[in-house]
Write a protein of this length. Structure first.
Length: 314
């Protein structure tokens, strides 16, 4: 009694409160239920070769973190624009690995846990397409920065030519390349290849900052390559079962990024690694402690043909 119907969020109104746009923002539609839970179909735009399943952990993190900040923005008592900087996140696989491997379409849910003037905390979940099983949980803590303060803090990184992002070019359908990859013992080093501010399209227009999820995708790739080298396997596939992320500072498109991955230890079929990303000037821009769960051949045989890559693009 007294319940109202699900509300479809007006995206243009939402975009006036946040600092991300398509193509980084990839939801076609957002729905807000009476309890304050925001939900959406989760698009799959990128296929990462070493990760099993239809969607990578980094892409899960990208879409769910966006859904989380949108849930926060809708609860803010102001229409003023804020920048929501993801600073800490914890991703945990919840559903059975077989359920994840056989899923092709996904649904996301998010709701705010705490909001104040400087920070916000949101909980998000990735569900299977029937909304019967929670596949992943992601909790994200954001620093909340007002528009004027952000512009004052980062005025040195403003680029006029970045403009409003194009809906045609989507850089998030492929990974940023790892260059100068070197493996010595239990350690991998590499350089992240960023050639243009357009590779950050839609993530803070006019201030092309590398999204945390994209940094984490690069670190996860480094972790996967290093684990494959440790095992000495010609073919290696995994799912991420746990990932803790810390991003203290923003990295911008014109800053060179060095990546380091270190293999810590093994637990049966799971491998634990610590990875970090620093600018070439020494600024810490991301750390990742990740557990990779090796997918065995009989599990991989259950994986469906991937037919939905690229759907859901705005």
């Amino acid at each position: 009694m007294g319940m109202t119907a699900v509300e479809f969020v007006q995206l243009e109104k939402l975009w006036s409160r946040i600092a991300i746009r398509p193509p980084y923002f990839a939801f076609a539609q957002l729905m807000l239920d009476p309890s304050g839970v925001l939900s959406a179909r989760v698009p799959v735009q990128h296929r990462f070769s070493l990760e099993a399943g239809a969607i990578s952990a980094a892409e899960i993190g990208r879409h769910l973190a966006i859904l989380g900040l949108c849930s926060v923005a809708l609860q803010q008592g102001t229409d003023q624009k804020h920048y929501y900087l993801a600073q800490q996140a914890h991703l945990i696989r919840r559903g059975p690995i077989q359920t994840f491997l056989t899923s092709e379409h996904f649904f996301g849910k998010a709701w705010p846990l705490a909001i104040d003037h400087r920070t916000a905390l949101a909980r998000t979940q990735l569900w299977d397409e029937h909304q019967e099983t929670v596949l992943y949980d992601l909790t994200v803590r954001y620093a909340t920065v007002g528009e004027r303060l952000f512009e004052r803090l980062f005025q040195g990184y403003r680029q006029q030519e970045s403009g409003e992002p194009s809906r045609v070019f989507n850089p998030y359908t492929q990974s940023l390349p790892l260059k100068n990859v070197q493996i010595a013992g239990r350690r991998l080093t590499a350089v992240l290849g960023i050639e243009s501010p357009q590779q950050c399209a839609g993530h803070f227009p006019f201030y092309p900052a590398i999204p945390v999820a994209i940094l984490m995708q690069a670190l996860a790739e480094a972790a996967g390559r290093l684990t494959q080298a440790q095992l000495g396997l010609p073919v290696f596939s995994y799912v991420v079962s746990d990932a803790e992320v810390c991003a203290k500072n923003l990295a911008f498109a014109d800053e060179g990024i060095d990546l380091i991955a270190e293999y810590l230890h093994r637990m049966d079929h799971a491998h634990v690694l610590h990875c970090r990303a620093n600018t070439q000037s020494g600024k810490d821009v991301g750390q990742l402690e990740v557990t990779l769960e090796h997918c065995l051949p009989f599990e991989m045989a259950q994986q469906p043909a991937l037919t939905n890559i690229g759907v859901g693009q705005s």
